[in-house]
Design a protein around this ligand. Sequence first.
Ligand SMILES: [Zn+2]
Length: 207
Amino acid sequence: MPIFHQYNDKSGWFVRTSIQNAIITFQLTAAGAKRLLEAGIKDGARFRRAVLFNLYRSGDAYTHGTGPGVIEPLKKGQLEIDFSNDPEPETIFPRCSSCGSLADLHLVEIKQESKHYAALYCPLCRGKSIRLIDTSIPLQFVTKGAFERIVILKGITELDKHASDYKTFLDKAFQEKWDNLLIRKLTSKGKNQVSLFESEGRQKKLL
Ligand SMILES: [Zn+2]
């Protein structure tokens, strides 16, 4: 599970997590830190990967430059930061299709003579493949709807594994959002029914 940390000079907050045996530091925007603080998460506390993924999707959690920046030295014992009981896998975080980096990913449309597909590329790999790339969009702007429209609009025929995994997570997050909304709706409906029942009961007693 990711851990929430405050910088030693108290200038802001960051999150550290382990992904495939590497310690990855996510920087947080002020809004991102505020969301965690408001949710009651304190300095040094662990929280679910799904929450960090949500911050990542909205651009409130990000990795810098060409790789995860080391911004605070690790304290003793910090390597054992991920528990295995997190329901979301480490692979929830997208990586560059070509080199595996997590930094500043774009959804890219790659046009080759034999193939026309979507992939996720880091700045380094975008630079190397610039002649093949027709569309390049920062991942934070790629919502489920935008993703689907880009694929149709550009006539993309394939998603590589990294792009396809990211699409699956977007679909899942969307589905969960709807499920939660539905549950909330049903619960509030249920409450109304209960109160209706109670008042009916009282009326009966009065009669
Ligand atoms: Zn790359």
